[in-house]
Design a protein. Sequence first.
Length: 77
Amino acid sequence: MISDKGRQLLIEFGSNIRKLRLSKKLSYRQMSLLCDIDASNLKRIEKGNVNATILTLHELARALEVNVDVLLKYKPE
């Protein structure tokens, strides 16, 4: 079970992924093809419903053309 604090962290992380994806003008479909992650899973990550693995982080970073640490650097809204 994920704590409230953990849940908020996942939501903030997902929001960061979404901002980065939109800054590249990528749709869910385009992004999913670039990172080989199903579009429905990508949506779940962006909504904070999935605790992504290290391998998933690597694929997201590769698709967004950023280092993995960029995915983890964000300011809570």
